[in-house]
Design a protein around this ligand. Structure first.
Ligand code: NDP
Length: 287
Protein backbone atom coordinates (compact mmCIF):
# COMPACT_ATOMS: atom_id res chain seq x y z
CA UNK A 1 0.00 0.00 0.00
CA UNK A 2 1.43 3.45 -0.85
CA UNK A 3 1.81 5.85 2.07
CA UNK A 4 -1.11 8.14 2.55
CA UNK A 5 -1.72 11.34 4.49
CA UNK A 6 -3.99 11.40 7.51
CA UNK A 7 -7.41 12.61 6.36
CA UNK A 8 -8.62 15.44 8.57
CA UNK A 9 -12.27 14.70 9.29
CA UNK A 10 -13.98 18.07 9.33
CA UNK A 11 -17.43 16.51 9.59
CA UNK A 12 -16.55 14.76 12.84
CA UNK A 13 -14.73 17.81 14.23
CA UNK A 14 -17.74 20.01 13.42
CA UNK A 15 -20.18 17.55 15.04
CA UNK A 16 -18.05 17.53 18.19
CA UNK A 17 -17.83 21.32 18.23
CA UNK A 18 -21.62 21.65 17.82
CA UNK A 19 -22.24 19.12 20.58
CA UNK A 20 -20.03 21.13 22.97
CA UNK A 21 -21.85 24.36 22.05
CA UNK A 22 -25.16 22.56 22.59
CA UNK A 23 -24.12 21.56 26.11
CA UNK A 24 -23.13 25.16 26.85
CA UNK A 25 -26.43 26.49 25.48
CA UNK A 26 -28.32 24.04 27.72
CA UNK A 27 -26.27 25.09 30.75
CA UNK A 28 -26.95 28.81 30.08
CA UNK A 29 -30.66 28.11 29.74
CA UNK A 30 -30.75 26.09 32.97
CA UNK A 31 -28.74 28.63 34.97
CA UNK A 32 -30.07 31.92 33.60
CA UNK A 33 -33.19 31.18 31.57
CA UNK A 34 -31.58 32.79 28.52
CA UNK A 35 -31.13 31.33 25.04
CA UNK A 36 -28.57 32.74 22.56
CA UNK A 37 -30.22 33.89 19.32
CA UNK A 38 -28.86 33.75 15.77
CA UNK A 39 -30.65 35.75 13.06
CA UNK A 40 -29.87 35.22 9.39
CA UNK A 41 -31.03 37.68 6.76
CA UNK A 42 -31.50 36.45 3.19
CA UNK A 43 -32.37 38.79 0.33
CA UNK A 44 -33.65 37.21 -2.88
CA UNK A 45 -33.90 33.58 -3.87
CA UNK A 46 -30.42 32.46 -4.91
CA UNK A 47 -30.75 28.65 -4.65
CA UNK A 48 -27.32 28.06 -3.04
CA UNK A 49 -27.96 30.82 -0.48
CA UNK A 50 -31.37 29.33 0.33
CA UNK A 51 -29.72 25.98 1.10
CA UNK A 52 -27.02 27.61 3.28
CA UNK A 53 -29.57 29.61 5.26
CA UNK A 54 -31.79 26.57 5.81
CA UNK A 55 -28.88 24.53 7.13
CA UNK A 56 -27.75 27.37 9.44
CA UNK A 57 -31.30 27.55 10.82
CA UNK A 58 -31.53 23.78 11.24
CA UNK A 59 -28.16 23.34 12.96
CA UNK A 60 -28.76 26.29 15.30
CA UNK A 61 -32.13 24.81 16.30
CA UNK A 62 -30.58 21.36 16.75
CA UNK A 63 -28.23 22.65 19.47
CA UNK A 64 -31.06 24.52 21.22
CA UNK A 65 -30.26 28.05 20.06
CA UNK A 66 -33.02 30.44 19.06
CA UNK A 67 -32.68 30.91 15.33
CA UNK A 68 -34.64 32.92 12.83
CA UNK A 69 -34.27 33.45 9.12
CA UNK A 70 -35.56 36.72 7.70
CA UNK A 71 -36.30 36.05 4.02
CA UNK A 72 -36.71 39.29 2.10
CA UNK A 73 -37.72 39.62 -1.56
CA UNK A 74 -35.08 40.27 -4.25
CA UNK A 75 -36.51 43.77 -4.82
CA UNK A 76 -35.80 44.81 -1.19
CA UNK A 77 -34.14 48.23 -1.28
CA UNK A 78 -30.89 49.08 0.49
CA UNK A 79 -32.86 51.39 2.81
CA UNK A 80 -35.27 48.57 3.73
CA UNK A 81 -32.40 46.20 4.44
CA UNK A 82 -30.66 48.85 6.56
CA UNK A 83 -33.90 49.29 8.52
CA UNK A 84 -34.07 45.52 9.10
CA UNK A 85 -30.50 45.50 10.40
CA UNK A 86 -31.19 48.48 12.65
CA UNK A 87 -34.14 46.60 14.15
CA UNK A 88 -32.02 43.49 14.78
CA UNK A 89 -29.22 45.64 16.25
CA UNK A 90 -31.74 47.14 18.69
CA UNK A 91 -33.30 43.81 19.72
CA UNK A 92 -31.64 42.55 22.90
CA UNK A 93 -32.69 38.94 22.22
CA UNK A 94 -30.58 38.93 19.03
CA UNK A 95 -26.98 37.89 19.73
CA UNK A 96 -25.78 37.17 16.21
CA UNK A 97 -26.69 38.76 12.86
CA UNK A 98 -25.56 37.26 9.59
CA UNK A 99 -26.45 38.71 6.22
CA UNK A 100 -26.16 35.95 3.65
CA UNK A 101 -23.88 36.96 0.76
CA UNK A 102 -23.94 37.62 -2.13
CA UNK A 103 -26.54 40.38 -1.99
CA UNK A 104 -28.43 41.52 -5.12
CA UNK A 105 -26.37 43.94 -7.22
CA UNK A 106 -28.45 47.03 -6.38
CA UNK A 107 -27.38 46.78 -2.71
CA UNK A 108 -23.95 48.00 -1.53
CA UNK A 109 -22.60 45.03 0.46
CA UNK A 110 -19.98 47.14 2.27
CA UNK A 111 -22.64 49.57 3.50
CA UNK A 112 -24.75 46.69 4.83
CA UNK A 113 -21.85 45.03 6.67
CA UNK A 114 -20.84 48.39 8.16
CA UNK A 115 -24.37 48.77 9.55
CA UNK A 116 -24.27 45.55 11.61
CA UNK A 117 -23.49 46.09 15.29
CA UNK A 118 -19.86 44.79 15.53
CA UNK A 119 -20.81 43.03 18.78
CA UNK A 120 -23.40 40.97 16.84
CA UNK A 121 -21.33 40.52 13.65
CA UNK A 122 -20.99 36.73 13.81
CA UNK A 123 -19.55 36.60 10.28
CA UNK A 124 -16.63 38.70 11.55
CA UNK A 125 -16.62 40.92 8.47
CA UNK A 126 -17.31 44.34 10.04
CA UNK A 127 -14.27 46.66 9.71
CA UNK A 128 -14.02 46.88 13.53
CA UNK A 129 -13.68 43.10 13.82
CA UNK A 130 -11.29 42.94 10.84
CA UNK A 131 -9.24 45.74 12.45
CA UNK A 132 -9.12 43.99 15.81
CA UNK A 133 -7.90 40.83 14.10
CA UNK A 134 -5.23 42.76 12.17
CA UNK A 135 -4.09 44.23 15.50
CA UNK A 136 -3.83 40.78 17.05
CA UNK A 137 -6.84 41.36 19.31
CA UNK A 138 -9.75 39.12 18.50
CA UNK A 139 -13.25 40.44 18.27
CA UNK A 140 -15.49 38.15 16.25
CA UNK A 141 -13.39 36.19 13.75
CA UNK A 142 -14.70 35.08 10.31
CA UNK A 143 -16.12 31.55 10.52
CA UNK A 144 -14.20 29.70 7.78
CA UNK A 145 -10.75 30.94 8.95
CA UNK A 146 -11.69 30.04 12.52
CA UNK A 147 -12.66 26.56 11.32
CA UNK A 148 -9.31 26.18 9.51
CA UNK A 149 -7.46 27.06 12.72
CA UNK A 150 -9.44 24.60 14.83
CA UNK A 151 -8.64 21.82 12.35
CA UNK A 152 -4.94 22.77 12.34
CA UNK A 153 -4.78 22.86 16.14
CA UNK A 154 -6.34 19.42 16.43
CA UNK A 155 -3.92 18.06 13.80
CA UNK A 156 -0.59 19.55 14.86
CA UNK A 157 0.87 19.50 18.38
CA UNK A 158 2.17 23.07 17.95
CA UNK A 159 1.99 25.66 15.17
CA UNK A 160 4.76 27.81 16.60
CA UNK A 161 7.58 28.52 14.16
CA UNK A 162 6.03 26.59 11.27
CA UNK A 163 6.12 28.04 7.74
CA UNK A 164 2.55 28.66 6.60
CA UNK A 165 1.57 29.63 3.05
CA UNK A 166 -1.94 30.94 2.45
CA UNK A 167 -2.94 30.97 -1.21
CA UNK A 168 -5.62 33.66 -1.62
CA UNK A 169 -6.01 37.07 0.00
CA UNK A 170 -9.77 37.63 0.20
CA UNK A 171 -11.33 39.52 3.10
CA UNK A 172 -13.47 36.47 3.79
CA UNK A 173 -10.80 33.77 3.97
CA UNK A 174 -7.19 34.46 2.92
CA UNK A 175 -6.43 37.59 4.95
CA UNK A 176 -8.10 36.56 8.21
CA UNK A 177 -6.63 33.05 8.15
CA UNK A 178 -3.17 34.59 7.61
CA UNK A 179 -3.71 36.84 10.66
CA UNK A 180 -4.76 33.86 12.77
CA UNK A 181 -1.71 31.86 11.67
CA UNK A 182 0.50 34.81 12.60
CA UNK A 183 -1.16 34.96 16.03
CA UNK A 184 -0.33 31.26 16.38
CA UNK A 185 3.36 32.16 15.78
CA UNK A 186 3.65 30.74 12.26
CA UNK A 187 5.89 32.42 9.70
CA UNK A 188 3.24 33.44 7.21
CA UNK A 189 3.39 34.03 3.46
CA UNK A 190 0.28 35.23 1.63
CA UNK A 191 0.26 34.24 -2.05
CA UNK A 192 -2.18 35.50 -4.67
CA UNK A 193 -2.74 35.78 -8.42
CA UNK A 194 0.39 37.95 -8.89
CA UNK A 195 2.72 35.70 -6.88
CA UNK A 196 5.72 34.54 -8.89
CA UNK A 197 6.77 30.88 -8.80
CA UNK A 198 3.74 29.85 -6.78
CA UNK A 199 4.74 26.16 -6.81
CA UNK A 200 8.11 27.08 -5.24
CA UNK A 201 6.44 29.24 -2.60
CA UNK A 202 3.98 26.49 -1.67
CA UNK A 203 6.79 23.92 -1.54
CA UNK A 204 8.35 25.78 1.42
CA UNK A 205 5.25 25.38 3.54
CA UNK A 206 4.74 23.17 6.57
CA UNK A 207 1.11 24.36 6.42
CA UNK A 208 -0.73 25.14 3.17
CA UNK A 209 -4.10 26.87 3.26
CA UNK A 210 -5.68 26.99 -0.19
CA UNK A 211 -8.47 29.56 -0.67
CA UNK A 212 -8.47 30.32 -4.37
CA UNK A 213 -11.58 28.97 -6.07
CA UNK A 214 -9.69 27.13 -8.86
CA UNK A 215 -10.31 23.40 -8.95
CA UNK A 216 -7.30 21.11 -8.38
CA UNK A 217 -4.83 23.98 -8.94
CA UNK A 218 -2.34 22.95 -6.25
CA UNK A 219 -0.56 19.82 -7.42
CA UNK A 220 0.99 17.01 -5.42
CA UNK A 221 4.54 17.99 -6.37
CA UNK A 222 3.94 21.51 -4.93
CA UNK A 223 3.51 20.00 -1.48
CA UNK A 224 6.43 19.54 0.91
CA UNK A 225 6.44 15.91 2.10
CA UNK A 226 4.66 15.68 5.44
CA UNK A 227 3.00 19.12 5.21
CA UNK A 228 -0.50 19.78 6.55
CA UNK A 229 -2.91 20.88 3.81
CA UNK A 230 -6.14 22.74 4.51
CA UNK A 231 -8.27 23.04 1.37
CA UNK A 232 -10.92 25.76 1.63
CA UNK A 233 -11.89 25.69 -2.05
CA UNK A 234 -15.33 24.49 -3.08
CA UNK A 235 -15.60 24.07 -6.84
CA UNK A 236 -18.37 22.40 -8.83
CA UNK A 237 -16.88 20.09 -11.46
CA UNK A 238 -18.48 19.35 -14.87
CA UNK A 239 -19.64 15.94 -13.54
CA UNK A 240 -21.53 17.74 -10.75
CA UNK A 241 -19.14 16.63 -7.99
CA UNK A 242 -17.35 19.05 -5.65
CA UNK A 243 -13.58 19.47 -5.72
CA UNK A 244 -11.16 21.58 -3.74
CA UNK A 245 -8.34 23.87 -4.88
CA UNK A 246 -5.85 21.10 -4.14
CA UNK A 247 -5.43 18.04 -6.35
CA UNK A 248 -6.40 15.71 -3.54
CA UNK A 249 -5.54 12.43 -5.33
CA UNK A 250 -1.96 13.63 -5.81
CA UNK A 251 -1.49 15.58 -2.58
CA UNK A 252 -2.78 12.79 -0.33
CA UNK A 253 0.31 10.76 -1.31
CA UNK A 254 2.74 13.53 -0.23
CA UNK A 255 1.14 15.46 2.62
CA UNK A 256 1.21 14.45 6.27
CA UNK A 257 -2.43 15.43 6.76
CA UNK A 258 -5.05 16.87 4.44
CA UNK A 259 -8.69 17.97 4.47
CA UNK A 260 -11.02 16.38 1.91
CA UNK A 261 -13.59 18.30 -0.14
CA UNK A 262 -16.36 17.85 0.76
CA UNK A 263 -16.12 16.93 4.45
CA UNK A 264 -13.16 19.10 5.47
CA UNK A 265 -13.39 22.83 6.07
CA UNK A 266 -17.01 23.17 4.86
CA UNK A 267 -18.76 21.64 7.89
CA UNK A 268 -16.57 23.66 10.27
CA UNK A 269 -17.87 26.95 8.85
CA UNK A 270 -21.42 26.62 10.21
CA UNK A 271 -20.18 25.11 13.50
CA UNK A 272 -17.95 28.19 13.91
CA UNK A 273 -20.91 30.45 13.16
CA UNK A 274 -22.70 28.86 16.12
CA UNK A 275 -19.57 29.23 18.22
CA UNK A 276 -19.35 32.92 17.26
CA UNK A 277 -22.99 33.37 18.29
CA UNK A 278 -22.14 31.96 21.71
CA UNK A 279 -19.04 34.18 21.92
CA UNK A 280 -21.17 37.22 21.04
CA UNK A 281 -23.76 36.18 23.65
CA UNK A 282 -21.08 35.97 26.37
CA UNK A 283 -19.49 39.27 25.37
CA UNK A 284 -22.84 41.13 25.38
CA UNK A 285 -24.65 39.48 28.24
CA UNK A 286 -21.78 38.37 30.48
CA UNK A 287 -20.13 34.95 30.75
P1 NDP B 1 -12.06 35.10 -3.78
O1 NDP B 1 -12.40 34.92 -5.23
O2 NDP B 1 -12.58 36.27 -3.05
O3 NDP B 1 -10.47 35.13 -3.63
C1 NDP B 1 -9.66 34.23 -4.35
C2 NDP B 1 -8.20 34.54 -4.08
O4 NDP B 1 -7.42 33.62 -4.84
C3 NDP B 1 -7.77 35.94 -4.50
O5 NDP B 1 -7.00 36.53 -3.49
C4 NDP B 1 -6.98 35.72 -5.78
O6 NDP B 1 -5.87 36.59 -5.93
C5 NDP B 1 -6.42 34.32 -5.55
N1 NDP B 1 -6.14 33.68 -6.82
C6 NDP B 1 -6.94 33.60 -7.91
N2 NDP B 1 -6.30 32.94 -8.91
C7 NDP B 1 -5.08 32.62 -8.46
C8 NDP B 1 -3.98 31.95 -9.00
N3 NDP B 1 -3.99 31.47 -10.25
N4 NDP B 1 -2.88 31.79 -8.23
C9 NDP B 1 -2.85 32.26 -6.97
N5 NDP B 1 -3.87 32.89 -6.38
C10 NDP B 1 -4.97 33.08 -7.12
O7 NDP B 1 -12.48 33.73 -3.09
P2 NDP B 1 -12.79 33.39 -1.53
O8 NDP B 1 -11.59 33.66 -0.70
O9 NDP B 1 -14.10 33.96 -1.14
O10 NDP B 1 -13.01 31.81 -1.67
C11 NDP B 1 -11.97 30.95 -2.08
C12 NDP B 1 -12.53 29.55 -2.25
O11 NDP B 1 -12.98 29.09 -0.99
C13 NDP B 1 -13.73 29.42 -3.19
O12 NDP B 1 -13.65 28.16 -3.85
C14 NDP B 1 -14.92 29.42 -2.26
O13 NDP B 1 -16.02 28.71 -2.80
C15 NDP B 1 -14.35 28.69 -1.08
N6 NDP B 1 -14.99 28.99 0.20
C16 NDP B 1 -15.29 27.95 1.01
C17 NDP B 1 -15.86 28.15 2.23
C18 NDP B 1 -16.12 26.99 3.11
O14 NDP B 1 -16.96 27.06 3.98
N7 NDP B 1 -15.39 25.89 2.93
C19 NDP B 1 -16.23 29.50 2.70
C20 NDP B 1 -15.78 30.55 1.82
C21 NDP B 1 -15.20 30.29 0.61
P3 NDP B 1 -6.03 38.18 -6.21
O15 NDP B 1 -6.39 38.77 -4.89
O16 NDP B 1 -4.69 38.58 -6.69
O17 NDP B 1 -7.12 38.30 -7.24
Amino acid sequence: MPEQARIIDGKAAAAELRAGIGREVAAIKAARGLVPGLHVVLVGDDPASRVYVASKEKLAAEIGMNSAAHRLPAETTEAELLAKIAALNADDAVDGILVQLPLPKHIDTGRIIDAIDPAKDVDGLHPINAGLLAGGKNGLVPCTPLGCMLLLKQTLPSLSGLDAVVVGRSELVGRPVAQLLLQADCTVTIAHSRTRNLAEVVRRADIVVAAVGRPLMIKGDWIKPGATVIDVGINRMPDGKLAGDVDFAEAVRVAGAITPVPGGVGPMTIACLLRNTLTAFHARRGA
